[in-house]
Design a protein around this ligand. Structure first.
Ligand SMILES: Cc1cc2nc3c(=O)[nH]c(=O)nc-3n(C[C@H](O)[C@H](O)[C@H](O)COP(=O)(O)O)c2cc1C
Length: 406
């Protein structure tokens, strides 16, 4: 009786949040809504970056400092934003980036997000470090799915994940190369996140006030089984890796160029290298057979004070023109205008991480749908203002240098 009463309250409150997302005009509003629903110790994990968060800020600011050069007096009633990435036709040039621990934001978060990503007409990239089985995530969406592989647990464990991703029908493997060690996340350290993860009750008591103030999230979290583990990392005994072990494990999970040989052989399909910071690595990725690269600094979560990705893109994209490799980018995209800037600067398509995670935390599937709708409408609006009817026509002439500070 008590259980069904709680289930009813939880469902009512989840529906309420799912409705509230419809009123969000921008990604920043989804973020604020997520912060009202989810406790700070959890939201900080999604909001935060490495070190002093300089690169996290720079990624966003690099887009904000670009100005457009519109051509008016041109009839532009509709915009074609369809494109093809690794042979998948997608209805907008925005792909969901791999984001770990989505299940801490919403029950079965990865599967719920995948359903919305598929309905939005684009590709879902599932992280290794997620709380829902990769098979369940794949079957939650009609759209294409990529699997992002970390070598957590070692080669044998990774081979098992590759085998499962293949059997489940994932289309491409994404290898993230910018995690030789876990990022230094001061926010998580200040919040005492490690204490929340260890089994003892007493250190957890100090989180009670913020949890109680987010009762709706708390009910959802516990009805979904509480703290997730990592079912896509199967340890030798067959059990999933526990959440608490991950920090230490990441230290031993760096992907090297040498690893690509056995990974490629085991996977046997297209693969993508994510975490490209310069032309040298972009070309190495091509030499190793990558079909696409992602210019990415992990959303400013790994090495602080690396360049913002928009700047890296401007160097990498022209250098890859003669090669059969698709150039993608991520980091700092918060609006359709940002997507247009990235495409005009040489990206074939972009990935977004936080924008859809905020949507999920704010309102589950409806929130993720809303995030992609905001981006789609923003692209359409910007393109029509620019007088550009198709995304493949975008180029540097649509942007203009503005002398800031003079
Ligand atoms: C909370 C969080 C978790 C992430 N987890 C992963 C991961 O498991 N694997 C990975 O390759 N990238 C991961 N990333 C990085 C994203 O794939 C992507 O590069 C980044 O979010 C892009 O920047 P944006 O958030 O500004 O869009 C994560 C990012 C965030 C914010």
């Amino acid at each position: 009786m008590l259980e069904s009463c709680l289930d009813y309250c939880r469902a009512r409150s989840e529906n309420g949040w799912a409705k509230a997302v419809a009123d969000c005009p921008a990604i920043a509003d989804l973020r604020r809504l997520m912060e009202r629903r989810v406790p700070p110790v959890v939201t900080d994990y999604f909001l935060g970056g490495a070190g002093e968060e300089q690169t996290l800020k720079d990624n966003v600011e690099a887009f904000q400092r670009v100005r457009f050069n519109p051509h008016y007096g041109v009839k532009c009633d509709s915009v074609n934003m369809r494109t093809e990435v690794l042979g998948h036709e997608i209805s907008l040039p925005v792909i969901a980036a791999p984001v770990g621990s989505l299940r801490t934001l919403w029950p079965r978060g990865e599967a719920v997000a995948a359903a919305a990503i598929g309905k939005s007409g684009t590709i879902c990239t599932l992280s290794t470090l997620t709380g829902t089985r990769l098979e369940e995530v794949k079957s939650a969406t009609q759209g294409p799915c990529w699997f992002q592989l970390y070598l957590v647990g070692g080669k044998e464990v990774a081979l098992k994940s590759i085998e499962r991703a293949k059997a489940a029908g994932y289309h491409a493997l994404v290898l993230t190369i910018d995690t030789p060690v876990a990022g230094l996340r001061f926010r998580d350290q200040r919040n005492g996140s490690a204490e929340l993860l260890n089994g003892k009750l007493w250190p957890k008591i100090r989180f009670a006030p913020q949890m109680i103030r987010r009762l709706s999230w708390l009910m959802s979290f516990y009805s979904d089984g509480g703290l997730m583990d990592f079912p896509n990392i199967e340890l030798p005994g067959g059990q999933p890796m526990p959440y608490a072990d991950i920090g230490q494990q990441l230290q031993q999970s760096a992907v090297t160029w040498e690893d690509l040989f056995w990974i490629k052989e085991a996977w046997g399909g297209p693969f993508v290298i994510k975490g490209i910071h310069n032309v040298h690595d972009a070309r190495l990725a091509a030499e190793h057979g990558a079909k696409a690269i992602v210019v990415s600094n992990h959303g400013g979560r790994q090495l602080d004070r690396v360049l913002p990705t928009l700047h890296i893109l401007k160097a990498v994209a022209p250098a890859m023109k003669d090669l059969d490799v698709e150039v993608l980018m991520d980091g700092g995209i918060r609006s359709g205008a940002d997507v247009v800037i990235a495409l005009a600067s040489g990206a074939k398509a972009v990935l977004v991480g936080r924008p859809y995670a905020y949507g999920l935390g704010a309102g589950g599937e409806g929130g993720v749908l809303r995030a992609f709708t905001i981006l789609r409408e923003g692209i359409e609006h910007t393109m029509r203002q620019l007088g550009c009817a198709a995304i493949e026509q975008l180029n540097e002439s649509h942007l203009v240098a503005y002398p800031f500070g003079q």
